[in-house]
Design a protein around this ligand. Sequence first.
Ligand code: CP
Length: 321
Amino acid sequence: MRVFRSVKDLGNLDAALKEAFEIKADRFKYQELGRNKTALLIFFNNSLRTRLSTQKAAMNLGMNVIVLDVNQGAWKLETERGVVMDGDKSEHLLEAIPVMASYCDIIGVRSFATFESRENDYNEKILEQFIQYSGKPVFFMESATVHPLQSFADLITIEEYKECDRPKVVLTWAPHPKALPQAVPNSFAEWMNAANVDFVVTHPEGYELDPQFVGNARVEYDQMKAFEGADFIYAKNWSCPGVTCPEDYGKVLSKDMSWTVGKRQMAVTNNAHFMHCLPVRRNMIVTDDVIESPRSLVIPEAANREISATVVLKRMLEALK
Ligand code: CP
């Protein structure tokens, strides 16, 4: 595997899940695979889970790890070609990428949507340059539009906790004070479409996800109806994806607190498990009692980030041979 951004990059999903559970049972089984190989993890944005779980995954495989916080100590990077660099940006991404690549074997990059241009964000302007100019395998650690390591961990968690063959999984929008990217809901929708689940998305009008991700999911604008009989509730805020109204891209269209996931909504589910990728704003996205309930999976879900990252790095190391 040379690039990891989509569920399609894993090939057979059942085989990938089997590999994940094999690694979970013995996470050091492949510790010789990464000997004398280096993973470079580049962060343009903050992280707790991705940073720690991906480092741990690389160490499970015997790799060396370098972490670079671009905005703390590195030169400010220009990303546009043709710019007269007379401002505060000292280095161009076009030199920085091959230089960084020369110190490693595999590169992970986190670079969020900027909301300056839907076209640039949805064309993955930064990540595509890493793929094109690094000459190394590149995995997405949350890009402008996708967060595949999270969705793989989410799927592993659903597989572990499901109580029927084909559970009902509901992705629900919930309110947040700031504009957030669509990467997590985009990927979650993409991965749930590929999984053996009954998948429903619910959000206020105007928050329609891009068709390339939402696929054949059922969209229900009434949150209570969507929650009926659900086995898993996956809550997440996202800003306007600009599908029906491109000029609204990246805007907060609603802060409707009636969408906060609480006891009222959970009462109509099939005693559903609650999921969120974290970090989460309590009593905006979800009430204290729901996130603290025995049905909340937010901690095992985060723990499975180590497993999803170990599978992805393992497959990239195998492709280096
Ligand atoms: N869920 C997730 O990606 O967390 P971090 O932003 O802390 O890495």
